[in-house]
Structures are given as C-alpha cells and as structure tokens.
Design a protein around this ligand. Structure first.
Ligand SMILES: [Zn+2]
Length: 446
C-alpha cells in the first residue's frame, strides 16, 4: 500500500517535545516500516496552525493533488489535530478524499471513518479541538513555553491539592484528599453540585461549581501541562481523569447541538450537478398558529457564485420524509443495522473511553495481522452491540446477521429529538445527492 506522510507543526509547537517535525517524521516513518507501507512522500506544513486557511497549507494542497492523480492509497499523520481543527475544512477535504478513494489514519490515536461511531467520535473531537484552538493563542503558548523551559509553573495559583514552592508545583498534603474525593464523587454521580456539597460537608471546604468544572479539565492532576508529560507529580489516576473528560465532552457536544439550529443533513448533501456540498439555511414563515421555522438546503455554487445550474431549494422536511420512507421500504439487513445504531445513540450514556479502548485493541489486532478483515468486522459489530446492552429492547439472535431488534423504525424516529435525529442520520447515511430538479439519491454507509 502506498502511503503519504503528512506533518504539520506551528512555529511555537516546533519547540515542544513530541510535536516537532523530526519527532512526527520518526514516528510516522517507523509506523510505515512496521506496517509494510511504501512511503510515496513527506508533506510537511511547518510554521502553520491547523486553523490557517486551506489555501495557505501548501503541502496539504500538494498532497490532495497527488491523491487526485492516484498516487496515494493512504495518508498517515500522528494525531487528528495535525490534520484539522476545523470541522468545515475537515469535511471539505474528506469529501475529496472519498472521491479519490484515499483513506487516512492517525497512528497515535484511533479513529475510524468507516463506521457510525467512528464518525460521531471524529465530530466530537473536532468540535473540541476547534474550541481549544479558539481559546489559546499562539502568543500565550509562547509565554508559557518560556516559563516551562525554566522549569517554572506558568501560573501563580496552584489547583486544589497542589501548592507552589519556589515556582514549582508540588502536592499539598492538607488538601490532596479533597481533590481526590471530588474526582471520585463526580465519576460515580456526575454531579458538580454534589461535589460542592461533599467538599463543604466532609471537609468544611468552600469551593464553587465553576472551580470544580475547571478541575476536571486541568491536566495538572495527571501531571501533564499542555502536552508535557511529567510536568509535576500526578494526583489523579489517568483512567479516572479521562473517563470524566470523555463524559463531559460528549455532554458538551450534545449541548452545543441543542443550543443552535440543528440542520439534520448538513455535511451529508451534495449537489448532483457540481458535486459541491449543499449548504443549509432557514426561513421563518408566518402561519395560522404563529411563526414556523423551515430548513432548506441549496447549492451555494448556484446561488452565490452562479457557476452551477442547480437553483432549487430542497426542503428539509420533505427530504426527511423521503429518506425515512425509503429506509422503511428497504426492510432488510440494512434496517437492522440502522436500528442497532439508533438505539446505541439513544439509550445510553456514550462511554467513549471504554469503546475507544476496546476498538483500539481490536484495531491493533487487525493491523498486526492477527485477525483478518472479516473477523474484525464481526468483532466490531459485537462491540457496537454491547453498547446497546442498556437498551430496553432485548436483542434477539438471528441466523443471518447476529443481532436483530424488533421495533418499528417509525415509532423510534418519532421519539427522537432533532439532535438525536441528526446523529441518527450522520450515523447511517454516507451521502445524499440532489439534482437540479430536486430528485434525491442517497447512499447508506458500508
Ligand atoms: Zn451545484
């Protein structure tokens, strides 16, 4: 298999261990060798942040050109944030890669674009990365980096459970147990206010809820600071820390979805005429019972740039009805998968940490050639089925596909919130193609 190696590093990051061009190059080259990949080229965007406009990332563009020429089967990079920190750009490029039938892989993280859970996970991670990039400017990073290189803590305040002595961060025996109790309480009860109460009642310690929320995001507690491991002595177990982070990240993602308008099919619709993604919009119309909001999709190339003939709007409700009806008609194996995935989204708290670990293990087996692709797929199905174990509907065994769930798709769908519907469609539809006469063609995943 022919692999292209993509490396990105910003000017400030170049100084950070583990992020430099050399480190990334070594890790990736090593990976390619171990997995019998033929390296077709190194594409290195140095001195650029992942937020820079696509057109500024010259090497990425060269990479896409080579992909288009059919010179590449697989792109590898170390972590997703090397590739993109912006959801819109990610999809823009992903769409092209899909066209060229080129896959990508992160060698230090486990992602999977070929499954519903994998895609949902990427969505979540990109939302978080985008948020982080917004918050931390390169300049502030540079100031911290300077302090850190002198072995000093960049802050004047120590988090609860720590103290600062001679500019170093040390564990404070008097308060360490309060911190530990807060982490453990949250892990079990998922209640920040509960943590506030616990600190007050057990220790007479007054702490505000926002301070507690900050604690859960503070990697100091696992001894890390901005990607530097071993920055200080860890206080909290890594598994516990990431379990809480994952829980909170998923919740935040859901809140984000709930806060804005939810366009059910954005990122899924292509214009048949020009193959560009169609963009979502809304209009408010006065009706008998008050104002009603309509969502629609249209081809930007046609409406804004006048370079496409597709000028009709596609109404979201009509499209939703069409897709739902079509899926119901196709009662068969596909439907089973849909139900399974749907339930997996709807009926449980998404324990990403656990799933990620298991899927990672499975993937390792597959990559190390210890299992073949069919076993991998089968195992994957079993894993995703496990996720559904909290579903009220008991999976019944079947001859063909393993697990069938007997429930009417329509009644399931009607119970879903808009966000759940969006996740549902993201999970099962690969792409929807609409032509200038609003004829709909759609493709399910796999
Ligand atoms: Zn178009």
């Amino acid at each position: 298999m022919r692999a292209a190696i993509y490396i990105r590093v910003s000017t400030e990051e170049q100084k950070i261990n583990g992020l430099s061009v050399e480190t990334q190059r070594n890790v990736l080259t090593d990976y390619a060798r171990k997995n019998d990949l033929e390296i077709v080229g190194y594409y290195i965007d140095a001195g650029l942040t992942a937020r820079k406009k696509l057109s500024h990332r010259k090497e990425l563009l060269r990479l896409l050109e080579d992909a288009q020429k059919g010179l590449i089967d697989l792109i590898i990079f170390t972590k997703l944030d090397r590739w993109f920190r912006n959801i819109a750009d990610y999809y823009k490029v992903q769409e092209r890669l899909d066209d060229y039938k080129v896959n990508w892989k992160t060698v230090l993280e486990s992602y999977d674009t070929s499954t519903a859970n994998g895609r949902l996970h990427i969505n979540i991670m990109l939302s978080i990365a985008q948020d982080e990039a917004d918050r931390t400017s390169e300049r502030i990073k540079a100031v911290f980096e300077n302090k850190r290189s002198k072995g000093e803590t960049p802050s004047n305040r120590a988090p609860l459970g720590y103290k600062i002595e001679n500019s170093r961060l040390l564990i404070e025996e008097d308060t360490r147990q309060i911190s530990l109790d807060i982490f453990e309480y949250y892990d079990t009860h998922h209640s920040v206010l509960g943590c506030v109460r616990l600190a007050r009642e057990k220790y007479g310690y007054k702490i505000y809820d926002y301070s507690i929320r900050r604690m859960f995001a503070n990697t100091i507690y696992i001894g890390e600071f901005r990607g530097y491991e071993g920055f200080c002595e860890p206080l909290v177990d890594k598994d516990l820390f990431y379990r809480i982070q994952n829980y909170r990240n998923v919740r935040e993602f859901k809140n984000q979805l709930a806060a804005g308008r939810t366009y059910l099919f954005s990122a899924l619709i292509l214009c048949e005429e020009c193959r560009h993604a169609m963009t979502a919009g809304f209009s408010i119309q006065q009706q008998k019972h008050g104002p009603k909001e309509f969502h629609y999709y249209r081809c930007r190339e046609a409406v804004v740039n006048h370079t496409c003939c597709h000028r009709k709007r596609m109404n979201e409700e009509a499209l939703e009805r069409y897709l739902l009806d079509s899926i119901k008609r196709e009662m068969g194996e596909t439907l089973v998968v849909i139900k399974k995935r749907h339930l997996s989204v709807r009926n449980r708290r998404i324990d990403t940490a656990k799933i990620k670990k298991q899927l990672e293990k499975l993937k390792d087996l597959y990559l190390d050639d210890l299992i073949d692709k069919d076993s991998y797929k089968q195992e994957y199905k079993l894993l995703t089925a496990q996720l559904d174990s909290t579903a009220p509907v008991e999976p019944a065994p079947s001859e063909k596909c393993g697990i069938y769930l007997e429930q009417d798709i329509n009644s399931l769908y009607q119970e879903m919130s808009p966000e759940e519907r969006k996740i549902f469609w993201l999970g099962i539809v690969d792409r929807i193609v609409i032509d200038k006469e609003n004829r709909i063609d759609f493709f399910l995943q796999e």
